[in-house]
Design a protein around this ligand. Structure first.
Ligand SMILES: Nc1ncnc2c1ncn2[C@@H]1O[C@H](COP(=O)(O)OP(=O)(O)OP(=O)(O)O)[C@@H](O)[C@H]1O
Ligand SMILES: [Mg+2]
Length: 326
C-alpha cells in the first residue's frame, strides 16, 4: 500500500517538477529580453515635447553641427551646414569613413550633436518626442535587417499598425521592385523568407535590399533616408528604381547616400563630405564646373566605363570569344 501511494505521489509530482524546470528555463530567455528593455536611452526625451510639424514648411536644416562618438575623442563631423527642403532629393557623397552614415544617425536622433543643431521648420529635434520624430522618418541603413518572417510581415514591420491586407503593402513592394518576384512564389507574400523553415524561400542580397526598401516605403513619413539603397541592384533594377523614385517620393524629402554617380547625378542638390568636412555643394553640373573633389570622383568612375566602351570599339569582344572557344 505504501509503495503504491509512493508511486502515485511521484507520478503526480512529476508534471509539477517538469513545469518548474520549464519555468526556470523560459525565465532565462526572458531575462535577456528584460535586460534589453532596460537599456537606458542614449538621448533623452524632452520634458515638454512639441508636435512635429506636418507637413514640413521650410524643411530640415543642419546648423554648424560637430560630433564625436561617445567613448572616443576623435571628431567625426565638423561644422556641417545642410538644408533638405520638402519635396527635395538631396544626395550625400564622400569617400569611405567620411561620416555620411554618422550624419544620418544624427538626423534620426540616435545621437545628439556636440555643438550646433538640427532643426525641422526652425525647431531643434531635441524638442520633439523621439517616437514622434522617428515616425516621420523612413530609413534604410547599409546593414539593413533581414527578418526570417513572411514577406508581408517583413514589410509590415515598417508600419506594424496596418492590417495584413492593407493595399499600401503591395504598393510599397511595387515601388521597391520586389512585387513581381513575390507574387510568383507558391505562397506569394506569405512565404517565409528563410530556408530554415519548410516552404521557405532564400532571397539574394539584392532582393533583401528591395524588401528593406519596401519596409521603408510603407511608412507614411516625410523624410526618406537611404544609405546606399541600390548597392546590390543590377543595372536594370537600379535604373527602374530611380525612374520611379521621384514619383514615389512626391512631396517627401529624401537624402540618398551613394557611391554610384549614375544615382547621385539625379539629385536636386549634392553635398560632398571629406573627412567630416562639407567641402562642396551644388547640382551635378555646378559641381562638375567647380572641378573639385566631386568632379574628380565622377571622372574616375566615368573613365572606367569609357575605357570599357573603347575596348568594345576596338573589337576586343571577338578576340575574347575566340579565346573562350579555344
Ligand atoms: N559606433 C561608432 N563608434 C565609434 N566610431 C564610429 C562608429 N561608427 C562609425 N565610427 C567612425 O566614424 C567614421 C565615419 O563613419 P561612417 O560610418 O559615418 O562613414 P561613411 O561615410 O558612412 O563610410 P562608408 O562610405 O564606408 O559607409 C569612421 O571613421 C568610423 O570609424
Ligand atoms: Mg556609411
Amino acid at each position: 500500500m505504501y509503495f503504491g501511494a509512493f508511486q502515485v505521489a511521484i507520478s503526480s509530482l512529476r508534471p509539477t517538477l517538469s513545469g518548474l524546470a520549464k519555468l526556470y528555463e523560459n525565465n532565462l530567455f526572458l531575462s535577456t529580453l528584460y535586460e534589453f528593455l532596460n537599456v537606458p536611452k542614449s538621448v533623452p526625451d524632452p520634458l515638454h515635447p512639441m508636435a512635429v510639424p506636418r507637413p514640413w514648411r521650410s524643411g530640415l536644416r543642419v546648423e554648424n553641427l560637430s560630433f564625436h562618438y561617445p567613448g572616443t575623442d576623435r571628431p567625426i563631423l565638423h561644422d556641417i551646414v545642410m538644408t533638405i527642403r520638402p519635396g527635395e532629393i538631396v544626395a550625400l557623397v564622400g569617400r569611405n569613413g567620411s561620416g555620411k552614415t554618422t550624419l544620418t544617425k544624427l538626423l534620426c536622433r540616435l545621437y545628439d550633436p556636440d555643438t550646433g543643431q538640427i532643426t525641422i521648420d526652425g525647431t531643434d529635434l531635441r524638442n520633439f518626442k523621439i517616437e514622434d520624430l522617428r515616425g516621420e522618418i523612413s530609413v534604410v541603413y547599409q546593414d539593413f535587417g533581414r527578418y526570417h518572417m513572411t514577406a508581408r510581415e517583413n514589410i509590415m514591420l515598417g508600419r506594424p499598425d496596418i492590417a495584413p491586407d492593407d493595399p499600401s503593402i503591395v504598393q510599397a513592394a511595387q515601388w521597391a521592385g520586389i512585387h513581381d518576384y513575390l507574387i510568383r512564389l507558391p505562397k506569394g507574400y506569405d512565404t517565409v523568407m528563410s530556408r530554415t523553415f519548410a516552404d521557405g524561400e532564400e532571397l539574394s542580397i539584392g532582393q533583401w535590399q528591395k524588401l528593406a526598401l519596401a519596409r521603408a516605403f510603407v511608412r507614411d513619413s516625410q523624410l526618406i533616408l537611404l544609405d546606399e539603397p541600390t548597392s546590390s541592384f543590377d543595372a536594370t533594377a537600379e535604373f527602374e528604381f530611380f525612374e520611379k523614385f521621384r514619383e514615389m517620393a512626391r512631396g517627401r524629402s529624401a537624402l540618398i547616400i551613394s557611391h554610384r554617380f549614375s544615382t547621385v547625378r539625379l539629385a536636386d542638390r549634392i553635398y560632398v563630405l571629406d573627412a567630416g568636412h562639407l567641402i562642396e555643394q551644388g547640382n551635378h553640373e555646378e559641381l562638375l564646373a567647380l572641378d573639385g573633389v566631386y568632379a574628380d570622383l565622377y571622372r574616375q568612375q566615368a573613365s572606367y566605363y569609357q575605357d570599357e566602351s573603347q575596348s568594345v570599339n576596338n573589337n576586343n569582344i571577338p578576340a575574347l570569344s575566340t579565346a573562350f572557344s579555344k
